[in-house]
Design a protein around this ligand. Structure first.
Ligand code: NAG
Length: 495
């Protein structure tokens, strides 16, 4: 036998071995009696996601739709058994009652490769998460939100001025970039302690570059995320960060300046003050810095995507837009101005917000990892410690069994007389339980503030190139969050 043939044989044998190893755990869900699709060697049930042909949430949605009404659906992420938790009781148990078992996200990178992201509140584990989360929670009390409102409102007004300035001769402007800039400025002001002035600048300033699109992934980041979630050895081969280090370097410099400035000023009762108190309490500098960056990165792109989704839906649904404007005008006539209370009480505005984040949940799925063996509620099946479970939020929100006519924008489904029909665990735009989005009350205020300012000043309509349907909206296929990656033009007519 020639050397070449021997070599070939070795390669083929090794390849067979890898393939066989990848199938080793494929009997897991059959043995436990959990419904599951048939897996493929190496890829499990996620071949389209691994080959970057679809986003992960779309891959999950395909699996979800094969087993309507099942409380649990097994699948394989690469070679690892993973579980979709779909039944309402099960979702509630995992996020609330048995939270002590499911405290941690699997999407928590190795701190050796991901110095910044691994210390984000989202990624912190166990007791460290608990203590840091508890110290940040007071930043979002009603009193604090009210104290921050004037800053938010001023930024929303600034957004309108900038729309005005940038309208082209047809009255159109790309709104994706402007919403991002709004999100960055709002969070920078209250959580980072600086005036980012992203709305004011034509060229993106360094701060904006460091923050924006941090979760808009390229192929490498998409693969790292999947490898991490699938507990694949590939993760340790890639050894690369999900959030690139240069972002942290830029932000760290600016943060040092902001900290020095603020330490000389009286307290402002904003999020940054609360974060500074972490530092005073002796939390390590890197953890403090990561919390500020985490608020900024996680808070800005998510809220700006919600503003974008609402403005676009209002352009498509003129009757909703008219009704919203009428509600806001009446309230302003009574109260004299757009106030915190006005936004808080505006019923239709809340319905529009709820419906937009139902269709476009920025975080389309949630992951948790079992910290011990766990009996799945309502079954005899036990999942082993280390099993990753996924709550497919996007799929819930678009499931016709959970929402009538689920792909249609219908704020009326959230009217007080209809809302009782909606199962609480079928609607999770901000997650659920102790690990729900810490900023959801702030987002509620800052998203509504932007929408109210714009709707009171402009009639929003379609422009050339505005996507006319959900199918035409191009979402970033590689990110784990839902975000449109192209400019989205809308027409604005001054009222
Ligand atoms: C926003 O806040 C209001 C007032 O607290 C609340 O009633 C509403 O449910 C919140 N909306 C969402 C989508 O969380």
């Amino acid at each position: 036998m020639s050397v070449l043939a021997a070599l070939l044989l070795v390669v083929v044998l090794l390849a067979l071995l890898v393939v066989a190893a990848s199938c080793r755990r494929f009997g897991t869900w059959r043995r436990k009696g959990i419904p599951h699709p048939r897996p493929l060697p190496l890829f499990g049930n996620c071949i389209d996601a691994v080959l970057l042909r679809t986003s992960f949430y779309e891959a999950l949605d395909k699996i979800y739709r094969q087993f309507p009404g099942q409380p649990y659906i097994g699948f394989y992420g690469g070679s690892s058994p993973m579980l979709l938790v779909c039944g309402s009781e099960a979702v509630k148990d995992i996020t609330v009652k048995d939270f002590h078992v499911f405290t941690d996200h699997k999407l928590s990178p190795d701190s050796r490769y991901d110095t910044l992201f691994s210390k984000f509140l989202f990624c912190l584990l166990g007791d460290q998460w608990k203590s840091i989360r508890a110290r940040q929670t007071p930043a979002f009390s009603s009193g604090r939100l009210k104290a921050m409102f004037p800053t938010v409102k001023a930024t929303a007004d600034r957004l309108c001025e900038v729309i005005d300035k940038r309208l082209d001769k047809d009255g159109a402007v790309g709104i994706n970039g402007l919403c991002s800039r709004y999100g960055i400025d709002v969070i920078a002001a209250v959580a980072f302690g600086i005036e980012a002035r992203a709305l004011d600048s034509d060229e993106p300033p360094p701060f904006m570059k460091a923050v924006s699109a941090a979760f808009r992934f390229g192929p490498l980041e998409a693969l790292i995320t999947l490898a991490l979630l699938f507990s694949s050895p590939v993760y340790h081969v890639l050894r690369a960060p999900i959030i690139k280090e240069w972002r942290a370097v830029v932000l760290r410099g600016l943060l040092r300046e902001a900290t020095e400035l603020r330490e000389r000023e009286p307290p402002r009762k904003d999020v940054f003050d609360t974060l500074l108190s972490l530092k005073k309490d002796g939390v390590p500098q890197v953890v403090f810095e990561a919390q500020v960056m985490s608020m900024q990165v996680a808070g800005s792109e998510t809220s700006s995507t919600a503003v974008l989704a609402i403005l676009w839906e209002l352009a498509l649904n003129q009757d909703c837009q008219d009704r919203l404007r009428e509600e806001l005008r009446e309230a302003v006539a009574k109260q004299g101005a757009v106030t915190y209370e006005l936004l808080h009480d505006a019923e239709y505005l809340d319905m529009v917000f709820k419906e937009a984040v139902r269709l476009w949940p920025v975080m389309p799925w949630l992951d948790r990892v079992a910290s011990e063996d766990y009996v799945l509620p309502g079954t005899n099946a036990v999942i082993e410690k280390g099993t990753v479970i996924i709550i497919p939020i996007f799929s819930f929100h678009r499931d016709p069994e959970r929402f009538d006519d689920p792909d249609t924008f219908k704020p009326e489904r959230w009217a007080p007389e209809n809302v009782a029909k909606i199962d609480k665990m079928s609607y999770l735009p901000f997650g659920n339980g102790p690990r729900a989005c810490i900023g959801f009350r702030f987002a509620n205020m800052s998203v509504k503030s932007a929408v109210a300012s714009v709707v009171l000043k402009y009639r929003i309509g379609m422009a050339e190139g505005t996507p006319k349907s959900h199918a035409e909206l191009e979402l970033s296929p590689l990110s784990f969050i839902i975000s449109p990656h192209k400019e989205l033009p809308l027409r604005f007519e001054r009222l």
